[in-house]
Unconditional design. Structure first.
Ligand SMILES: [Zn+2]
Length: 148
């Protein structure tokens, strides 16, 4: 795993100071800064200091730490005076999931009524799955967990 990828990764450039960032938090494992194109004011990104393109590349302890920091930041955003009536923690893993910068980042996204942001369901949703199908799919995932 690469520690830093400063020639191709904008987040590594921010971490190293080659590009500016408006940081709210830094420690040995991760950093948090303002999203340059915020969905709403106060939109933060929490990223590992060590370059990881995807969840699969990032170790579990780092992931746990990033979530813990995001939870603390969410509480801070709510108390900051910025408009925040709700909040999303959002992580896109892979291009089809909406990931645009391939350095893992957890969004801390303040929300308020009428902000215009939202998730869109596909056509045909909701589909209530039969228990048999849910149990089969759960079995597929359990089988992988057993072998990890
Ligand atoms: Zn990076």
């Amino acid at each position: 795993m690469e520690v830093l990828n400063v020639d191709t990764c904008i987040f590594c450039e921010i971490i190293t100071g080659r590009l500016p960032g408006s940081f709210v938090y830094r420690d040995q494992t991760c950093a948090a800064f303002m999203d340059l194109q915020p969905v709403n004011p106060g939109h933060l990104l929490v990223i590992p200091n060590q370059h990881s393109a995807s969840l699969a590349e990032m170790d579990l302890d780092t992931g746990a730490h990033i979530f813990k920091v995001a939870q603390e930041l969410a509480a801070a955003v709510r108390k900051s005076g910025l408009r925040c009536e709700g909040l999303n923690l959002f992580l896109a893993d892979g291009e089809l999931a909406g990931q645009e910068v391939f350095h893992v980042h957890l969004h801390v996204l303040p929300r308020f009524g009428g902000d215009g942001f939202g998730f869109r369901f596909g056509p045909g949703y909701p589909v209530v799955r039969e228990r048999e199908v849910l149990d089969r799919d759960a079995g597929l995932i359990r089988a992988v967990l057993k072998n990890q």
